[in-house]
Design a protein around this ligand. Sequence first.
Ligand code: NAP
Length: 237
Amino acid sequence: MNSIKESVVVVAGGTGGVGEGLVRVFLERGARVVVPYRSDAKRERLEQYCADVAEDRLHCVEAVLSDEASMERFHDTILSKYGRVDLGVACIGGWYYGYSLHRMPFVDWANVLENNLTTHFLTLRAIVSVMRANNHGTYVMVNGGAAEVIAPESGAVSIVAAAQKMMARVLAQEAHGTNVRVHSVIAYHPVQTRDRRGEVVEDWITPAELGAYIARLYESPGSDRIVHTVYSHTDVE
Ligand SMILES: NC(=O)c1ccc[n+]([C@@H]2O[C@H](COP(=O)([O-])OP(=O)(O)OC[C@H]3O[C@@H](n4cnc5c(N)ncnc54)[C@H](OP(=O)(O)O)[C@@H]3O)[C@@H](O)[C@H]2O)c1
């Protein structure tokens, strides 16, 4: 049984709509939380959102998830400052809407790959390498329902979401026989993020519920299940 209290947690994508809620939950539970960020405005927004629970345990580090050199520096910073990562969460990505694949501009395709796949690759290299060196840690990739279904004119997002799911399975396979655990948590429906403007369905989960679910995956590492698909409140209780 692990404890999230006083653990070292890295949340890549912690400045995002879902990620900020995860950061808050881990801080509330006493973790030290490291968040790579690329925009000062987003960093300040996160710091304000967590000000009442952070004490001095929120550490934002300037790092661009899609830049190789930047993520190598991020890896070195984690190693020199903490020496370990207990829980790593990749909550990264961007939605894309506009074209069927055969009409999609190449530049859009390249952006989707960069934001939704290259970021994950460089993040896992920075974090899982630390976990594997210490033979300890839980790595969680947050994913969405696009990994399972095709949204019209957003097919590229489904392609990379499905690839993210396979990335988690590959990581888990490569970590077989070690004390590193890997999970893909698929929030199938939209999440009730703070900045959601359109309709909100009561059944949709909140970022706080997702954070609590991920914290439990770390604290009770018995589960060998790699892919966890959650649909509503009852799945994350
Ligand atoms: N929102 C939902 O309703 C929902 C539902 C189910 C699943 N999910 C899943 O949750 C995850 C996060 O979604 P979200 O809604 O929180 O997205 P979001 O608000 O757009 O946040 C995405 C995060 O990824 C970062 N990011 C994206 N591309 C980057 C790049 N090239 N370089 C550096 N950072 C980059 C963003 O940084 P910046 O802050 O600097 O932009 C931000 O921190 C995704 O895997 C998504 O599938 C979301």
